[in-house]
Design a protein around this ligand. Structure first.
Ligand code: ARG
Length: 611
């Protein structure tokens, strides 16, 4: 109801202006224009909206707020456009104005949404000059080469993908960047080990695969830790690699390629699109970053290292903390790469991405790193005035015991195994239910449904908790048919698909849908109105997620919508109702399923017609 809220806001402002012209004028001159303080009603019995703008006017006007509210309401009553939208406003408490939309307005709004593939969510507008909008970058997933992708990367992948989908749906051009850890001193030891134990790998591309590559990493690390000669060779290897030695580069490329193939399997299963732009991409820009920082006077040499001291951030000893951009041995680090990345991302094309907003999805443990990088970039002038950078932090994944998630044997959990187990358990649940209901289904159906439910459960469990808190991983909880879970939501969609099959007219273009689009919808029952109001919140929820980057807001909404729908469907007859109630109620079913499918789609979760 964002559009309606905007209209109401304008009408309230105009009413305030007519009731108190001098006060409005004075406020405007003071640079603090009046605000009707319009918000969704805090309780359904207060109507749809409430406007609290009368209260702050009490002091400057020297009048009781209820009298001010009364004067505003009188002006509203004189506005025919307002009369076409709302019932007579009620004044409550000290001077709140409660607004209730006319039933026919709400019904017309439902009808508009039935015809609108965007379900009332406005698309971002192109600039006045018709120039394309500046891209939004979502930096997510970003695992490290030669290491297994862990549950932290899974969280980043799921959350980042959902945010990217919401931004794309709003019409933004989104660059989904995978800032893969594909560079660094660890490659010295990996390449040295590769050359010694598997020289043939340098001639055959498929000689090592990642399962091996992870233990390969461990072996290399073990040798590095207790073999001095190996250490020396590894250090020389880093220098060779950085110097562009072709054999070293080839070995590096092989290691990256092997990892990439393994990562891609996870992305394919989860339907994640990403463009890889790893740390190595920024190598040619690192010197320039340091030179730039030097030129703008930010660079200080401290103990041989070149760094920028942060403002307002000090360590235990009370001294300001540095961001080290070049180590005393001349090497660069994670922060230098991120500085190069941020500079590149905001720089105008063709020298960069020309982004207007850059979003980083990583665990909360990197908060200080990003705060430092953002501050340095800002002081260096790399972030344009309207550019925004946001770190989107998330908490740890814990086992049901509240400790770090581990396998029973105490090892780190491999993502592949975790997804397999979710699907296996979903399959077992499904087979149990089929047996109970004495239903028989073919294998293809069972596999498809189990895969969809299992993966949906993993994604939804992650997305539905506030990402900032730690998150307890529990297969039992995420696969439950009751509660705020993926199966519960998927089941609501299935239920409506069943109604459609029986009613035969829910499909877009079907007779019921066409009737719903033509005849005015008539609602009489409180359960219908509750569902109407819930459905019409969708646009505001999407706007909120876009702004606050909290996918759990969308999850909570979809859960509440399903609950309100189930109450409606349990208490009000639909297929057995008389016309015009039948058509109107089928229209609500259809808009509910459209909204659930769209909402789940934005979370990266496909739906089922049967389960
Ligand atoms: N590779 C890093 C890690 O595994 C995450 C990178 C996040 N993105 C960034 N621009 N620093 O922790």
């Amino acid at each position: 109801m964002l559009r309606i809220a905007q209209t109401l806001n304008g009408q309230l402002l105009a009413a305030m202006e007519r009731a108190f012209p001098e006060a409005v004028q004075r406020a405007r001159e003071a640079g603090q224009p009046l605000d009707p303080q319009l918000a969704p009603a805090s309780k359904p019995e207060f109507g749809d909206f409430q406007a609290n703008g009368a209260l702050p006017l009490a002091k400057p006007l020297g009048q009781p707020p209820r009298a001010i509210a009364t004067a505003i309401v009188e002006q509203l009553a004189a506005d025919p456009a307002f009369g076409a939208l709302c019932e007579a406003p009620q004044i409550a408490g000290p001077g709140f104005i409660n607004l209730t939309l006319l039933p026919e307005r709400l019904a017309a709004e439902v009808q508009d949404r039935l015809r609108d593939p965007r379900l009332g969510v406005p698309a971002v507008e192109a600039t006045a000059a018709g120039a394309p909008l500046a891209p939004v970058i979502v930096d997510f997933s970003s695992p490290n080469i030669a290491k297994e992708m862990h549950v932290g990367h899974l969280r980043s992948t799921i959350i980042g993908d959902a945010l990217a989908r919401v931004l794309e749906f709003r019409g933004h051009q989104v660059l989904r960047l995978n800032h893969v850890g594909d560079w660094g001193t660890q490659f010295g030891m990996l390449i040295t080990h590769l050359k010694q134990v598997a020289p043939e790998a340098l001639t055959t591309a498929d000689a090592v695969d990642l399962g091996d590559l992870v233990s390969f990493y461990r072996q290399a690390k073990a040798r590095f830790d207790d073999d001095e000669a190996f250490q020396t060779t590894s250090r020389e290897e880093v220098v060779k690699l950085q110097g562009g030695d072709p054999v070293s580069l080839k070995a590096w490329g092989l290691l990256c390629e092997q990892s990439r193939r393994e990562f891609q399997k996870i992305y394919d299963r989860l339907d994640i699109r990403l463009s890889e732009r790893g740390e190595s991409f920024y190598n040619p820009y690192l010197e320039g970053v340091v030179a730039d920082l030097d030129a703008c006077g930010l660079l200080v040499t401290d103990d041989g290292a070149r760094c920028v001291f942060l403002e307002g951030v000090s360590g235990k000893d009370g001294k300001p903390l540095p961001v080290i951009v070049q180590k005393s041995d001349g090497g660069f680090n994670y922060a230098t790469t991120d500085l190069a990345a941020i500079r590149y991302r905001f720089a105008a094309a063709p020298d960069g991405d020309g982004a207007c907003r850059v979003i980083y999805v990583t665990d909360a443990g990197q908060a200080n790193h990003f705060a430092g990088v953002f501050q340095v970039a800002r002081r260096a002038g790399w972030i344009p005035p309207h550019g925004s950078v946001e770190h989107v932090p998330f908490g740890l994944v814990q086992g049901e015991d509240g400790k770090k998630l581990k396998t029973r044997a105490g090892d780190t959990v491999r993502l592949r195994d975790l997804l397999d187990e979710a699907v296996e358990r979903a399959e077992a649940d499904l087979r149990r239910r089929l047996a109970e209901e004495e239903r028989s289904e073919d294998e293809a159906f069972i596999q498809h449904a189990a895969t969809t439910v299992g993966l949906a459960a993993v994604k939804y469990a992650d997305l539905s908790t506030n990402r900032i808190t730690n998150y307890q991983f529990s297969f039992d909880r995420m696969l439950a048919l009751q509660g705020n879970t993926a199966p519960y939501l998927l089941y609501a969609v299935v239920r409506i698909a069943g109604i459609a099959r029986k009613g035969g007219d829910l499909e877009a273009g079907g007779p019921g849908a066409a009737a719903a689009a033509a005849a005015p919808l008539i609602f009489t029952e409180p359960q219908e109105w509750a569902l109407v109001r819930e459905l019409l919140r969708f646009d505001a929820v999407i706007a909120e997620v876009e702004e606050e980057l909290l996918p759990n807001r969308l999850c909570t909404y979809l859960f509440e919508l399903s609950q309100v729908f189930n109450r409606f469907y349990d208490q009000v007859p639909v297929l057995k109702a008389e016309e015009p109630a039948r058509t109107s109620r089928l229209a609500l079913c259809r808009l509910t399923t459209d909204t659930l499918k769209q909402g789940l789609g934005l979370l990266g979760i496909p739906t089922l017609e049967r389960m």
